[in-house]
Ligand binder design. Structure first.
Ligand code: ADP
Ligand code: MG
Length: 151
């Protein structure tokens, strides 16, 4: 399925990209976020939350694993880093099958629970404050999201 890569030059640009993506999402969409610590996964999610109309401040959910926010659609912000080497299922299906938007940082650690249809987002460090952000879709819905994002 389709892929799209672009570069952001500061944190604000990454957040704006998240905000733009939010306007293209549909109920129940699942997004995965990969990238090293400090790459910008939470920064991207903050922008996405803003785009979903979330008023509360979005912080990293590392210690709680899931944080829920009210917006135009509910936002489930997960950071599953702590589940590396763990089989723990915190009820992922319920989140993924609901009408809210799920965003999963370090999704590779819960690979077995992820739905097939999702938008995978990879953030890579470049020089300084530049980041290469790659979107890859696993469904026709996310193919169209990517093509809207490019335009
Ligand atoms: P992660 O959730 O991936 O660990 P964070 O979003 O918490 O990362 O942190 C990213 C850090 O990098 C923030 O301090 C942010 O200001 C900084 N930063 C610098 N340039 C960028 C960029 N282009 N995109 C995102 N964050 C950036
Ligand atoms: Mg984070």
């Amino acid at each position: 399925m389709s892929k799209h890569q672009l570069v952001t030059n500061n944190a604000n640009e990454t957040a704006l990209l998240g905000e733009k993506l939010a306007s293209l999402l549909e109920p129940g969409d699942v997004l995965t976020l990969e990238g090293d610590l400090g790459a910008g996964k939470t920064t991207f999610t903050k922008g996405l939350a803003k785009g979903l109309g979330v008023k509360r401040t979005v912080n990293s959910p590392t210690f709680t694993i899931v944080k829920e926010y009210e917006g135009r659609l509910p936002l489930y912000h997960m950071d599953v880093y702590r589940l590396e080497n763990s089989e723990e299922d915190i009820g992922f299906d319920e989140y993924f099958n609901s009408h809210g938007i799920s965003v999963v940082e370090w999704a590779k650690f819960i690979e077995e629970y992820l739905p097939e249809e999702r938008l995978n987002i990879n953030i890579n460090y470049d020089e300084g404050d530049s980041r290469t952000i790659e979107f890859s879709s696993t469904s026709s819905h996310f193919d169209s999201v990517i093509s809207e994002l490019r335009s």
